[in-house]
Design a protein. Sequence first.
Length: 570
Amino acid sequence: MREKKERKIRIYLPFVLIFLFLGIIEFRLYYIQIINHQRFAEQAHRAQIRRIRISPPRGIIYDRNLEKLSINIPSYSLYANPKKIYHPKEVARKLSPLLKISTSELLKKLNKKKDFVWLKRKLPLASKKRIDELCIKGINFVEESKRFYPQGKLASSVLGFVGVDNQGLAGIEFSCDKQLQGEKGDLLVMKDALGYQIPLTKEFLKNPVPGKNVVLTIDSIIQSIVEEELSRALKEKKAKSAEALFMNPQNGEIIALANKPDYNPNHYFDYTLFERKNRLIQSIYEPGSTFKTITAAALLEEKLVNLQENIYCGTFTIANHTFYDWKKFDKNLTFSQIIQNSSDVGTIKLAQRMKKELFYRYICLAGFGKKTGIELPGEEKGIVRPPSSWSSIDLPCISIGQGIAVTPIQMVTALSSLINGGKLLKPYIVKYISAPDGKIITKNNPYTLRKIISPSTSQEIRILLSKVVEGGTGIRAGIEGYTMGGKTGTAQVPLSDKKGYAQNRYIASFMGFAPVDSPEIAGIVIIKEPTGGHWGGEVAAPVFARIMKRSLPYLNILPKKKRWAKQIQD
């Protein structure tokens, strides 16, 4: 009897267990397919379908002659699926020298419990080939677009650079990022249970829209001339830096803008912040005697002086502060000779004829204390204190370019207004923006902000500044056969931690234009902390001359044998 029961148990027990097992399975299926259907369906959908953001080609940046300055090239970004890498230490060891990433950092990425991690973005083709030869399972490449600057360092201060995701970080790449970037697209990709892409399942939900192109006012030829001459000056004078900016004074177009030392935007991360800084836009300085052009314009416009008036130029004391000239004159000089020889005493004596509120008005009219609005990031507005805070010696100091801080672009913009008939123009560096097919979308045109001086005063300023080059402190800026004008400047470097100036540290500058009768190009050259000589006329003026000597024939500005204006007898 007992054996019969045991036999029945042995016969039915498997069936009971089978039915129990099937019941559990059916309950589990019911739980998955009915009770939690929505949740598991969403998980499966996420695992099988991936929505990928596709970046469009970034717009190209051209110079005014459609020379390409910033383009896109193919690159290869390496990624890994850590779940498919069985020997992460070995893989990290092999990839470390090729990616120039430490083994520990790579190992940290390869040990992540993810299906996807970036190992290195934007690798060149040569690196991709070397990694492919290793035949490492679990790593792969995706082709991406990489920003490339075919001219290297040329115009790097203007162009700027982009980040790893092609986002603009400096220069035009930053300020025009919205136009250059385009619109991202969406790609739908289906994958199998093992995570591999199912063939022929790609589908664009939204096509990427290519970025727009930016055409600059910069001329690559003149830009290269300026950069070559600045590099030469930097080396010869062993200076801290050299900067130059040139523009068309009749319409406000920036023709060249250069800082030395500078950087290669293809490897911007290898350079210091100082080298990457656009100092012509983002740095301020005391202009020194170049600012006498503003003082002269105000005096002439207000008819407080004439070109032939005589002023005794010896020492001059105001409120227990004695002013001296850079060399001993001790004689009468005409107003023309005062500017020609850059007499501080003569300029200060004449500036005393203006009320401080009037002088301040002309300073503001010329654009100082405000940003010019140039399409470049980080522009400084300078330092111009209101006359209510001026001491008794502030007006004389400011009249000769001390106690005021400006940017080089402000100086060139102001100079342009003084020589173009009196119009203060808004400077611009973007000529137009075009679609990928070349159709112009938006275009910049010359824009007059306001009138500063009359055409007759502008003509007198051109006469004054031409004499500086003919036989004054700017004689080394002259070029045979051309009529040129300009003004020298020599300023001390203010101490950063207290009042006063640093010993034996100077900023030498020269700003000028040509031709005198109808200026077509104006610019400034600034050499900071040169060794040896430090006067603007001996350090910066020759650099200006070399740049103009090479640039004027290229611009089809021919030399003239005769002077445009009647010579003024001193």
